[in-house]
Write a new protein. Sequence first.
Length: 260
Amino acid sequence: MYVRSTWTAMAVVTILGCSLSAEVLAQTAAPRPPAGFTALFNGRNLDGWRGRPGGGGVFSPYVEAKFTPEERAAKQAEWNADRDLHWRVDSATGELVSDGKGVHLATAKPYGDFEFHVDWMLTQPGGDSGIYLRSYPQVQIWDPASARDKKSGADKGSGGLWNNNPDNPGRWPLALADKPIGQWNRMTIKMVGTRVWVTLNDTPVVVGQVLDNFFDRTQPVLPTGSIELQTHGSEVRFRNVFVREIGEAEGRSLVGTVAK
């Protein structure tokens, strides 16, 4: 009886152990991008990402372009050290986590015309983040229920090009499509030339609007740059971070649907 009980217990432990192992493996398996896309986040570490000054602020790509190679290397080492203090991978879930402080997380590779997919979740009321396009601010992410940010337009929802000129219709999303705090949101961003399309939770919120140049309102944004995940004072989580580059013919066709 004792032996049988022992073997039974061992079998249960083995089965549970296998189940737990399978669950952990499922949680931390490398993300599988859709056909034609590349995974920018591997679910394990920060490979392919660099720090870039942030903390809710902005850092001009024009300033960065003037660095000497030596200055660039020294600055990047400094920024990456800060990145490692404030960005981490949740090993239990394979999620990318920012504590809301320090540098933004920017792709090491610059992109021109692209389609970008990302799931994001704000974990606390009043949370705030964003997606910078070619190092320009930004596709806004925030809490629509935030009383503090209502004066800034948070009640209109996430997905708008918040740093655009007041008279640019892309500044505000076309619809309020956010899910409640603590739930995952799925966002797709397309950028071709200076124009941007944003879909949030299957709802179009920006359709072919121009992204204004935050650093020089008289000039268009640069043709290439990093895609950045913003830090802005609160924890935010990301997963399923995928990108594909849009070719010239596709881009021309897409712009043709909105350009006058």
